[in-house]
Design a protein around this ligand. Structure first.
Ligand SMILES: [Fe+2]
Ligand SMILES: [Fe+2]
Length: 136
């Protein structure tokens, strides 16, 4: 079962960022499927590595977008990315050390990251952000 399907509540209003979020979502769902199917080993590790790389690229692209548009929240957003990446890297290391067995907490982390980060903080840098910021 997928962790989450794409829907309008994840739309940040920036096509390139939506596309990258969809790619992240797709990889998260593949990792979750692999976990539910009881898969381990190289296939799972490859998926985890791939999601790590896609995430790294995405954070870089998102920060470049925020810099380009002069978004005031860039510094704090970038710090949150750094923290997420550090957590991701630690879980990925655990998975590699355990021959592709995914820690349960890793799946929880992926799910929370999606709901909280994209719907919460990512939403603020796009065109919807101005209204959100005005609403406090
Ligand atoms: Fe972000
Ligand atoms: Fe994002």
């Amino acid at each position: 079962m997928p962790i989450m399907e794409w829907d309008d509540t994840l739309d940040v209003g920036v096509q390139a960022m939506n596309d990258e979020h969809k790619r992240i979502l797709d990889l998260m769902n593949q990792i979750n499927d692999a976990h539910e199917d009881g898969l381990t080993g190289g296939l799972v590790i490859a998926l985890v590595n791939q999601l790590g790389q896609v995430t790294l690229d995405h954070f870089r692209d998102e920060e470049a977008y925020m810099a380009r548009t002069g978004y005031a929240g860039l510094a704090s957003h970038a710090l949150i990315h750094k923290d997420l990446l550090a957590k991701y890297t630690a879980y990925a290391d655990d998975t590699r050390r355990n021959d592709g067995r995914l820690p349960e907490k890793f799946l929880m982390f992926l799910k929370l990251w999606l709901t909280a980060h994209i719907r919460g903080i990512d939403m603020k840098y796009g065109p919807k952000g101005e209204a959100l910021r005005q609403a406090g």
